[in-house]
Design a protein around this ligand. Structure first.
Ligand SMILES: Cc1ncc(COP(=O)(O)O)c(C=O)c1O
Length: 499
């Protein structure tokens, strides 16, 4: 635990109920540690203890100590962290960790242990330092040194000439489409299986997304089906590198060249993934990234558009900032947007890029751990193209055919009940109300199959081995049960096949 927060939780023996309430409010935590002048733990009081004291008629200024637990469960600094975590339970929600002199060194919380989250960011001292610098500099909006620094470093990371920061990955796509002049009456080809933002960005330009089914092996747009979706109105293709898996860019680029179409890569989930040794995002006219909190590199919210074209670079910058002339202030050449990133976000981005080696090494470790411990009898993962190097955004797998259609949802429910936060794969876009197509199951069979059977496992950058173990133990056990008994009837499953 952060030292400052730990200090804030400690109260002297004479502290009042009101002092404790102030700590709860300031820290957002529901516990205080009462220590004597030597710093030894004398008692632990929770929000519940304070509430009970007040209900019993004690005033706000009465001392809290008589209401504290003077013999709480404690961990010891010489114990393994995993053993201390193991002491947390339904009944022990807060566990102070003490040294031999009973001085408090840490507190562990049941809530931390309870849920293994799907993907938490790795934000550390460096991010904090750079954000603090940005705050202290006074440049907290969209000017300041970190914006240019992040753009330069990200362009170099991707191997492109330019990178333009924006406020999120969705507007990155919208800005890219607008910069290419895509608008009413135009069609843009996208995979039927992706996050909704890919389709929404097209509609937000008043153009129409045209869906193409995905490939059964690597789950990305099936290049063999793209040409039959092209019409005289088609202007662009958006290949999406789903779950960090590179698309077949050689084939897609060839099709685009043959039909004079633009390519905008949606690399929101694939920072650092490579195809033929080159980073995804750098193949098309434009490449778009998201830095949402669960992404491989995060800025909280945020996005980036990369390009090698000086003309597009200028257009992106113009449109990002209200269409304002880059040489004449408050002279607006076109109708633009406010899609700017703040210097605070960029400060985090710079720190994240500087720890890229650590992030990717950890993602590889998670991938390898899952690969070698999951029982693949009834499961499969995406197969990378031979000349590509995927990144493990979220470790995602599919249930094989010989199981009930509802098995995936049962699996998710059960993992959730063990406090393991797993995610279903996206719904096919044409299955959902804004894009509904009545024959979607026939037209996009692979997207539908993957969508019903896919599950993403916790993949946080700092995931520890005990959490990986816990996840895989439950997963393997549940898969065995599911494939050996037809347990589907026991759970109500949402029916997504509706308009
Ligand atoms: C494939 C894909 N495209 C676009 C986006 C949109 O990014 P953002 O959430 O930053 O707007 C996401 C984000 O989750 C995504 O997964």
């Amino acid at each position: 635990m952060n030292e400052k927060i730990l200090k804030a939780l400690i109260l002297p023996l004479a502290a009042s109920l009101s002092d404790a309430m102030q700590v709860f409010e300031e820290t957002g935590l529901r516990v205080v540690l009462i220590c004597n002048t030597e710093g030894n733990l004398a008692g632990l009081a929770t929000e519940g203890d304070v509430r009970r004291a007040l209900l019993a008629g004690y005033g706000l200024i009465s001392p809290i100590f008589p209401h504290a637990n003077i013999n709480p469960s404690v961990g010891r600094t010489n114990m393994a962290r995993e053993d201390i975590i193991g002491m947390l339970s339904d009944r022990v929600h807060f566990l102070p960790v003490l040294d031999d002199h009973n001085i408090v060194h840490d507190v562990l919380f049941y809530d931390n242990r309870a849920m293994i989250p799907i993907a938490t960011p790795l934000i550390g001292e460096k991010e904090l330092r750079y954000v603090t610098n940005a705050v202290l500099s006074g440049w907290i909006s969209s000017q300041g040194k970190y914006i240019g620094q992040f753009e330069e470093q990200f362009a170099s990371f991707c191997g492109t000439k330019y990178a333009v920061t924006v406020s999120n990955g969705t507007v990155a796509l919208h800005l890219a489409l607008t910069a290419l002049g895509i608008g009413p009456g135009d069609e843009v080809i996208i995979p039927a299986l992706t996050f909704i933002a890919t389709a929404n960005a097209v509609r937000q330009c008043h153009a129409e997304p045209v869906f193409v089914d995905v490939n059964r092996d690597n789950w990305n747009i099936e290049h063999g089906l793209i040409e039959e979706a092209i019409t005289p109105r088609t202007k662009a293709i958006i290949p999406v590198h789903l779950y960090g898996q590179p698309c077949d860019m050689d084939r897609i680029m060839t099709i685009a060249a043959r039909h004079h179409l633009f390519i905008i890569e949606d690399a929101a989930e694939a920072h650092g993934a490579k195809y033929g040794g080159k980073c995804v995002g750098s193949f098309g006219d434009l490449g778009c990234f998201s830095f949402y909190g669960n992404k491989i590199i995060t800025t909280g919210e945020g996005g980036m558009v990369v390009t090698n074209s000086p003309v597009l670079n200028e257009k992106l910058r113009l449109l990002r900032d209200h269409g304002m002339s880059r040489t004449r202030r408050y002279w607006h050449e076109v109708v633009g947007f406010n899609y700017r990133m703040t210097n605070l976000q960029a400060a985090i981005g710079v720190a994240q890029l500087e720890r890229w080696d650590q992030i990717i090494a950890s993602k590889d470790r998670i991938q390898q751990w899952y690969d070698s411990h999951i029982d693949y009898n009834h499961l499969e993962t995406a197969r990378s193209l031979p000349n590509s190097q995927a990144v493990c955004w979220l470790y995602t797998l599919m249930l094989k055919d010989d199981v009930d259609d509802k098995a995936r949802d049962i699996l998710l429910e059960n993992m959730k009940s063990f406090n393991i936060d797993c995610r279903p794969v996206f719904y096919p876009i044409p299955a959902m109300p804004p894009y509904y197509l009545s024959n979607f199951e026939k037209k996009y069979p692979v997207s539908c199959w993957l969508s019903k059977r896919g599950i993403s496992l916790p993949s946080s950058v700092d995931m520890v081995e005990s959490d990986l173990k816990r996840t895989v133990t439950y997963l393997n056990d549940l898969i065995n049960v599911l494939y050996n008994n037809n347990a589907a009837e026991s759970l109500e499953v949402a029916n997504w096949d509706v308009k």
